[in-house]
Every structure is written in C-alpha cells, then in structure tokens.
Design a protein around this ligand. Structure first.
Ligand code: C2O
Length: 503
C-alpha cells in the first residue's frame, strides 16, 4: 500500500500548505497509453490530509493547455466562496501559465471529502481525496481502526476524455461509456493484457480497517464490495452516521462513504470489486411530463430533466461546441459586464436576473422556484440568508427515468424524504423524517421518484447545484443559489483574494 502525499504536510499551527502542479502525464491502462491531465503527475491525485478547523492553502500552478479550476467537494467554504472552484460560477478559470492559491478553513468538518477539477471533463483524471481528521485528541465515534486506507473509484477511457465530450456535443449523441472502472487508478486484471497489476491492500487477520471510499467516476454509480466480508458504514459525505452493516455499498459520483472492515475470515485473497449500478425504475409510475412553466403551488421545486439521449442537441451543436449554454451565457454576461467576471463577482446584479426566491423558513409546499435545465430562465434562485430552504427534487419520465446524484455546493443538507412516482404535496410531507435524517452533500434522486432535502442558507455566496453525472451537468442539469450577505461581517462574504483569476 502506498500513500501519495503532498510535498508539504500539516504544520503545527493548523495550516496545511500545498503546492500542486497541473501537468500532463502519459498513463498506460488497458494496454494503451495516452496523455492525461494530472496533479503532480498522479492518477488519482494526491490525498490531502488536514484536521478539523485547519486552514488549507493550495497553490495551483497550471502547466497544461486547458483552463483549470479545482473544487473542494463538500467543503462548506464559510464566507470563502472565492475558493469553491466551479469555473465561471465562483471564479474565472486558472489559465495556462497562471497560478491561484485556494485558501479556506475546514470549519467544523471532519471526515472524507475530495477535490476535483470543475471545468470541462477534466475531473476524469484530476481528482483525489481530502481527509479531514478530527481535532487532535478527539477520537472517532467508533472503535479506533488499526489502519486507514483511501479508496478512490474512477472510470477510465482509452481515448482522450475532452475529445469524447466534444464529439458527443457535436453529434448530439451520448458520449462513449468508459472502458473500465478503476480502484485507486487500477482497472484490475484484463484478459490478454499484462497490466501493472490491480489494486492490492494487504491486511492482517483480526484487525479493523477504516476504508475511506470516494466515487470519483464521471458518470456511473457504483457498487462496492469485498468478497466474504461485511462492511460497517460509519460516515457518509464527512458526516458520522448511525453505524450499520452491509455487504455491498452503493455510491454515486460525488459521494464518499467510510466503512469499517474487520478481517475476520481465514488467510487468503479476497476480491475487492466496483461495478456499475444499472438504472431501472422499481415500478413504472406515471410521471410528470415536461416542460413545466411558471410556479404553481403543488409542483415540486425542482424538476429534473435533461436533454434526451440520442437526439441531436442542435442548439448546443450549432452555438456552443463546448460547455453548454449555461457557461456560455455566463461568458456572455461576463463580456457584457465590466469588469468581466463570474456569478459570484456579479452577485448583486443577479438579483435582477433571478427575481425568484426560494421558499423561506420551512414554508412547506410553496414551490416557487427554478428548474434545473438548460434554459434561458431559472438558472439561479435567491435564498435569504439564514432561511431554511426545502427542495423537492423530482425525476421525470422525459425519455427514460434515471437516477440523479444531485450535489449542492456550500452546504450540507438533510434528506428528509424520498419516494417513487410523483411527489404528493398533501400526503408525502407527513412521512418526512424530521427526527434523524441523514446529512450529506450529494443525494440520489431515484429513477422515477423524488427526494426532499432541507438546508439552512447560512453561507453567503453563489452556490452551484447540479447532477454529479458529468454528462448531465454538461447537458444542463444545473443551477445556482444566490445567498445574500446578512448582518455584520460574520454573515458576509469575504472580499475576493488579490490573485483571483480574471476571465
Ligand atoms: Cu463535486 Cu460541483 O461538484
């Protein structure tokens, strides 16, 4: 087992400093070699270790031909939206040859999170784990593991991923699916191909290990399993859970899961496997059809849909070969405005653009806000600072119902309900779990069903929300929440750092 460490590690004063070089590197998998974009030449990228309440400084130097930005997935970024990372939302990208220092504090967070590129499809290879240990002297709320192991699940394409998505946008077809799933960068044994050997994890009998599992795959939900062993889930998305045992976990892109593994079986080799989750609705409900127009009282707040597969996306093809309309429009906005910039820089102006407000303090069933889709309207919704926002995320049967892992930047939310079929605003809220709902940053909306979440909008800024299947983000399953400054400095966004990249 090798741990990939950063060049500079934690210092005693609670500051973790890190230099990262974005560089191309040749990588061989499945008997074929291609250049990939990496951090410090590693795939997956290095794990960052820090402690709760540490300040993290990551200096990113861009040596590749692509624009780059890095998102710290799951980090709350209290008052530091400038360091959140999604390109054109909170920062202009770091251009080739440029440098940007991400500076943020891990306030009140501990557990496994991760980081990834947040522009184009670069996160296919630009990603890694972010391990936040509890404060010194604070134990885990479960038996102390003998050892810890980071497990990053990914996807591998033999060809260049930027070429794949560009092709798909030109043709209007769905992009090629990946050629392999990877565990810590290894695709596992391939017939007729002497690969570098799969991922091996040496354990001793009778010990307990903490596995920090990250799904960094672009487009696939995954099952994870270790032959003959039970796993005890103790944390998801850097929030401790009530421990429960299972032999298989399902993990969506964007999610993290910590499990305890006790090696209580005989000496031997046990297969560790990641395999894709196939979408199939549990039953065929009659789902809402689209498009929905205008707010109504009894509609879910957000309706999830996307451009249908296998149908030409003409406007995308003709007008925006790259990146989709949302980013293009932001770019256009940026050109219109002076100085040019991002959503976050022009937060005030967004108020005119996004007059709609998310429901305020627990106003159940007043669904008055935007839809997630590639459309000129509804790209952003305002939320009053410190208001409680409830969203019902409804999957629809546009072409085929499909599971969507929805990720919200800047907040954790509580998952208070979910169901199959259409959300019923009269009956379903009665079944909401307001006692011990799971808290996370990425949640699956079941195929042909709905999920209800709540969060407190206590973090001023502009916060992206999108499906973490990268192709769905590309196709437009995305929007942003605009949260105003509140009273006083503690409720206000800090001023932008002096090295914030320009567009
Ligand atoms: Cu992990 Cu906006 O993404």
């Amino acid at each position: 087992m090798t741990q990939q460490c950063f060049t500079k590690q934690q210092s005693a004063d609670g500051i973790v400093e890190q230099g990262t070089q974005v560089v191309m590197k040749n990588a061989t998998r499945l008997c074929s070699t291609k250049p990939i974009v990496t951090i410090n030449g590693k795939f997956p990228g290095p794990t960052i270790y820090a402690r709760e309440d540490d300040t993290v400084l990551v200096k990113v130097v861009n040596h590749v031909k692509y624009n780059v930005s890095i998102h710290w997935h799951g980090v709350r970024q209290l008052r530091t939206g400038w360091a959140d990372g999604p390109a054109y939302i909170t920062q202009c990208p770091i251009q080739p040859g440029q440098v940007y220092v991400y500076n943020f504090t891990l306030t009140g967070q501990r557990g496994t999170l991760w980081w990834h590129a947040h522009i184009l499809w670069l996160r296919a290879t630009v990603h890694g784990a972010l391990v936040i240990l509890p404060k010194l002297g604070v134990p885990y709320p479960f038996p102390r593991p003998h050892m810890e192991q980071v497990i990053v699940l990914g996807e591998w394409w033999k060809s260049d991923t930027e070429a794949i998505i560009n092709e798909a946008l030109k043709s209007g077809l769905a992009p090629n699916v990946s050629d392999a799933h990877t565990i810590n960068g290894h695709p596992g044994p391939v017939q007729g191909c002497q690969s570098q050997g799969g991922f091996n994890f040496k354990v001793e009998q009778g010990n307990t290990y903490l596995l920090r599992i990250v799904n960094a795959a672009l487009n696939e939900e995954l099952f994870f399993k270790i032959a003959g062993h039970q796993l005890t889930v103790v944390e998801v998305d850097a929030v401790y859970t009530k421990p429960f045992k299972t032999d298989t976990i399902v993990i969506a892109p964007g999610q993290t899961t910590n499990v305890l593994l006790t090696t209580n079986r005989g000496t031997g080799k046990y297969l560790v496997a990641a395999s894709p989750f196939m979408d199939a609705p549990i039953l065929k409900p009659k789902l809402k059809h689209l498009p929905c127009t205008g707010p109504t009282q009894d509609r879910p707040l957000l309706v999830l849909h996307r451009q249908p597969r296998n149908q030409p996306l003409r406007h995308l093809r003709e007008r925006e070969p790259r990146g989709g309309r949302f980013q293009q429009r932001l770019l256009r906005d940026a050109q219109d405005l002076s100085p040019p910039g991002t959503f976050l820089q022009h937060k005030r102006r967004l108020h005119r653009r996004f007059p709609r407000e998310a429901p305020g303090d627990v106003q159940l069933h007043r669904h008055a806000a935007g839809e997630l889709r590639d459309d000129e309207r509804d790209e952003g919704v305002q939320a009053r600072v410190n208001s409680t926002v409830q969203l019902v995320l409804q999957d629809t049967g546009m072409i085929a119902p499909e599971n969507h892992p929805i990720h919200l930047h800047g907040f954790n939310f509580f998952v208070i309900g979910r169901g199959i079929g259409n959300f019923d605003p009269k009956k379903d809220p009665k079944k909401f779990n307001l006692v011990d709902p799971v808290e996370r940053n990425t949640v699956g909306v079941p195929a042909g069903g709905w999920t209800a979440i709540r969060f407190r909008a206590d973090n001023p800024g502009v916060w992206f929300m999108h499906c973490h299947l990268e192709i769905h983000t590309t196709w437009g399953l995305k929007m942003a929440f605009v949260v105003d400054n509140g009273k006083g400095p503690n409720e206000s966004l800090l001023p932008p750092p002096s090295d914030l990249p320009e567009c």
